[in-house]
Write a protein that binds this ligand. Structure first.
Ligand SMILES: Nc1ncnc2c1ncn2[C@@H]1O[C@H](COP(=O)(O)OP(=O)(O)OP(=O)(O)O)[C@@H](O)[C@H]1O
Length: 568
């Protein structure tokens, strides 16, 4: 378990925007321009109330010229607000879309390079939710909600400043009476929000994960006539999601208290204003400005409170996405404690040929439960050996360690004297190739499947590999390189899948080949083809076969036996 960091189901949202800033930094100029347009647009909105006040005072004073000025000012402010707000929205959308595109590329790139143990240790649906769903939520937030959040936030700040300038007495009354209540409401929301939204996001991911897994197990569930099991499994997670969503709604509704505060504030303000106008302390225009601005203030706060829920949702998603990106950041993947005496420079060149040596390997999938213990074995260059042992003894695990797919918890795997953990990963994949029991096949043609081999092989290289392995008649029968292999390779048998694996290995031309023989009973035809292909691929290479079939074991000159995680 040394090599990976397991993702938190509900990671902390503390300082998440700051942690996320490096991913936004490349587009900071557009974000800054959008922010400026937003500030100017909010200032224009806030300026409308004084313009109305100016007009009202002009009417009460009978000053027609001032009235026209006030009307022109109002029209100008409304127009400016429209243009500036639209510019801010367009700029934020542009910056947001660019950020998101970069993020999608980054997530796929990091997942593509992630250690195999990392992928195995997480549910596919959870990774799927983080790398697609959370990013889509973030897109929505950046494009639609962030402009409003900024706009209304600034409107609240500028309106408060305006009220203070117009009448200190009225403004202080408003602040003293209602600010503490408003702060209490926000604090109440903030206390419950991270947990409620975090729980909802985790429940959403669990539901996606269960759905994905159940979909993959469709055959196993439907074959014995138990499709209702699918519904049962899904319903448990769906119910939890409903409970989590109910809780989120309850927390969000705390913010609706702002509506009530607004009513009380306006009533109190009007009462005091009448008294102040009578006492000659303020003009009618000032009162109008106050009423309009207060309404503006509370409406903005109400909208802000709705947006705060969305922002919390985005924050939770962002925390889960940042957790994924951080866990897969290149620096976090350095070997925990490089063994003494090894070349420590990452990306060390591997020699073209060399012995493959496992030295004192121990490895476990879970803490304290080693699957392999103190395993040492050498496969000299050009060796031909079989790994045998009962099912579950650790053969496949050893093969994955020997190919660098897993990092050992203790001990080293060296090729040509270089520790695989510090070797250039591309070179490791080019030197040592494992053909697994279940070769992964993608939906598409045979050629598209072969193109997955490292090194971007072209058509001519594929035809050469088919020729080299003596598989011309097999590909011809299938329908050539452009033959459709069906949904996730449904047209291919277990043996034929391994033939595709061998063709991929032929394209890489590695000096070391490990073959995890398919345990499924192969039809004699597929078995013969596989054996011929392996023999043709073998000359000059080290070949290690995890052998299950007696005929294979008989033909191998050397046998290494794995028993309960040890060699003997
Ligand atoms: N990804 C995994 N996560 C957790 N445990 C695993 C994982 N893969 C294998 N194991 C466990 O490790 C042990 C060794 O498994 P491994 O697949 O290496 O055995 P094997 O000898 O290759 O078996 P087989 O001949 O059936 O392929 C088993 O107990 C298995 O349950």
């Amino acid at each position: 378990m040394a090599e990976i960091r397991v993702l938190a189901e509900d990671p902390s949202t503390a300082r998440v925007f700051r942690r996320f800033w490096p991913y936004l930094r490349p587009h900071r100029a557009i974000f800054a321009a959008a922010l400026l347009a937003n500030v100017a647009s909010s200032a224009a909105v806030v300026g409308i109330a004084p313009a109305i006040g100016l007009g009202v005072d002009a009417v009460t004073d009978g000053d027609e010229r001032r009235l026209w000025w006030a009307v022109a000012l109002m029209a100008g402010l409304v127009l400016a607000r429209m243009v500036l707000l639209r510019s801010s929205e367009v700029l934020l959308s542009a910056a947001g879309e660019r950020t998101i595109r970069g993020l999608r590329d980054l997530v796929v790139d990091r997942l593509g390079r992630a250690p195999l143990r990392f992928i195995e240790a997480h549910r596919t649906g959870d990774l799927l939710r983080r790398s697609t769903g959370e990013i889509s939520d973030l897109t929505l937030f950046l494009r639609d909600q962030l402009p409003n959040l900024l706009g209304f936030g600034l409107t609240v700040a500028l309106t408060t400043a305006l009220l203070l300038v117009y009448s200190l007495l009225l403004a202080l009354l408003l602040l003293a009476l209602f600010m503490p209540v408003a702060i209490l409401v926000v604090a109440w929301f903030t206390r419950g929000a991270p947990r409620a939204f975090g729980r909802q996001a985790a429940a959403d991911a669990t539901m996606t994960a269960t759905f994905t897994e159940t979909l993959n197990a469709h055959e196993a569930l439907v074959a014995p006539g138990r499709p209702q099991e699918w519904v049962r499994r899904f319903r448990v997670d769906n119910d939890e999601l409903l409970r989590a969503a109910d809780r989120t709604i309850a927390v969000q509704s705390r913010l609706e208290l702002f509506g009530m505060i607004e009513g009380l504030a306006t009533a109190a303000l009007l009462l005091l204003s009448v008294w102040l106008v009578r006492a000659g302390q303020v003009s009618v225009g000032t009162v109008v400005v106050f009423v309009v601005a207060t309404r503006n203030l509370f409406e903005s706060m109400l909208t802000l409170s709705g947006l705060a829920g969305q922002a919390q949702l985005a924050r939770t998603g962002l925390a889960r996405l940042t957790d994924l990106l951080d866990a897969l950041a290149p620096a976090g993947r350095a070997p925990a404690e490089p063994p003494a005496g090894t070349e420590l420079l990452a990306g060390t060149e591997l020699p073209a040929r060399g012995d493959l040596v496992a030295d004192g390997l121990s490895f476990g999938y879970a803490e304290g439960a080693d699957v392999l213990r103190d395993v040492s074995v050498t496969f000299p260059s050009g060796d031909r050996a079989g790994l045998v042992g009962v099912t579950g003894s650790g053969k496949t695990t050893l093969a994955k360690l020997l190919t660098g797919l897993y990092e050992p918890d203790v001990g080293t795997v060296r090729y040509g004297g270089v520790d695989l953990r510090v070797a250039d990963p591309d070179q490791v994949r080019a030197r040592i190739v494992l053909i697994p029991q279940q070769v992964h096949i993608i939906t598409g043609t045979l050629a598209e499947n072969l193109a997955l081999a490292p090194g971007e092989p072209d058509r001519a290289a594929m035809e050469r590999a088919v020729e080299l392995l003596g598989l011309g008649d097999w590909t011809a029968r299938l329908g050539g390189l452009d033959a459709d292999v069906g949904m996730r390779g449904s047209r291919l048998s277990a043996g034929e899948r391994q033939i595709v694996g061998l063709l991929r290995a032929g394209l890489v031309d590695p000096p070391v080949l490990l073959l995890d023989e398919a345990t499924a009973d192969l039809d004699p035809d597929a078995a013969r083809r596989l054996e011929t292909a392996v023999e043709r691929l073998r000359p000059g290479r080290t070949l290690v076969v995890i052998a299950h079939r007696p005929t294979t074991i008989e033909r191998l000159p050397r046998i290494v036996r794995v028993e309960s995680g040890r060699l003997n």
